[in-house]
Design a protein around this ligand. Structure first.
Ligand code: SF4
Ligand code: SF4
Length: 160
């Protein structure tokens, strides 16, 4: 599989070692940080109330997440300027992903939305189960029709 340096789009291969396990997600929501470039940025580290994210020194280190410490609160999603953090959850018998969303109007619970891959390709439809605000960013939680989509869905849009 080609690297994101060739395609411009992250793949599961690029994220090896950064994905929380299904066993961890079965115990409750956990963050997934899709930030792999060496850029000078660390608001996620400062914002996490339980110290689960480490950037350290130099500030260009890509963030590292302690999956066991993460409580799935969603605070880091609201401060990431790259919209690069998501919450994954398998704890209630269904697969749910929480996405930072900056398009208006914000989808509401019960609404059906189109699911999109990292490349913006359609992946079917899911149902919004929760909408909330973290800092200046809306967080939209979507129930997915299959667990496999948890690793692929990274955006949503209202059906045309
Ligand atoms: S979801 Fe909450 S606990 Fe987990 S890394 Fe983000 S801010 Fe920290
Ligand atoms: S705030 Fe976002 S872009 Fe900045 S280091 Fe953290 S995950 Fe990466």
């Amino acid at each position: 599989m080609a690297s994101f340096r060739e395609t411009g789009v992250l793949s599961s291969q690029d994220l090896a070692g950064r994905l929380p396990s299904p066993e961890r997600l079965g115990r409750g929501p956990c963050a997934l940080i899709e930030c792999v470039e060496e850029i000078p940025c660390n608001p996620c580290e400062d914002a996490c109330p339980v110290g689960a994210i480490s950037v350290g020194d130099p500030i260009t280190n890509p963030p590292v997440l302690d999956f066991e410490r993460c409580t799935g609160c969603g605070t880091c999603l609201g401060v990431c300027p790259g919209l690069a953090i998501f919450l994954l959850d398998l704890s209630s018998g269904t697969a749910k992903v929480t996405l930072p969303h900056e398009l208006l109007p914000v989808p509401q619970p019960g609404e059906e939305v189109e699911l999109l891959s990292r490349a913006g390709e359609p992946l079917g439809r899911g149902t919004v189960v929760r909408t909330r605000r973290a800092e200046t960013t809306w967080l939209v939680t979507v129930e997915l029709p299959g667990e496999g989509l948890l690793w692929e869905v990274r955006a949503i849009r209202r059906p045309l």
